[in-house]
Ligand binder design. Sequence first.
Ligand SMILES: [Zn+2]
Length: 193
Amino acid sequence: MYNSRITMVETLFQRDIKIKRVTTLGYSAAQALNDPVRIKILEILSHVQMCAEEITKTLGSSGYKKATTTIRHHLDTLKSAGLIQATKMVEVRGAVMKYYSPTLRAFSYDMPDLEKHVKLVDDTGTKMFKILKSVLEDKKFIAAFVGKDACGQCKGDHYKEYAALEIVSAALAKAMDRKEYAELIIGKEQPKK
Ligand SMILES: [Zn+2]
């Protein structure tokens, strides 16, 4: 006997948790998004490019009363994280106004009840697997991203996984950029009788 003491382990609670959502964010982007006003700014900019003054006004009318200097600070944070880019500069009576557009589309809602849509999630998952497989098996993808981060815990290459998800995310943004996508969201005019 090398150990005469018996350690009692009593499990008080145990359950399996399934991953429900996936997100890929760099550290600076994650920090930049850790603020409801900055998420709101990204939402506003996804509709139309605006300068700090216009953003301040728009936020004010939707219940987020902030000073323009505060908004400028938020814009700096978003810009350093690469989540917005300056799109134009205008001079108005000697003052330079910078307009911004987002590089990330953020949606801020409470989590929808996906439990009721298991079949749609399953069917879409089947299609997504084919898409992920095609990315992970792509020759150029393999040459560029494989073998960068072998995991000590599962022998997986999580950098490869991350890169594939970034490609899928960029592809999703590209799909959402299509004219047909806008029609799906806004809806076509009802046919006249
Ligand atoms: Zn791992």
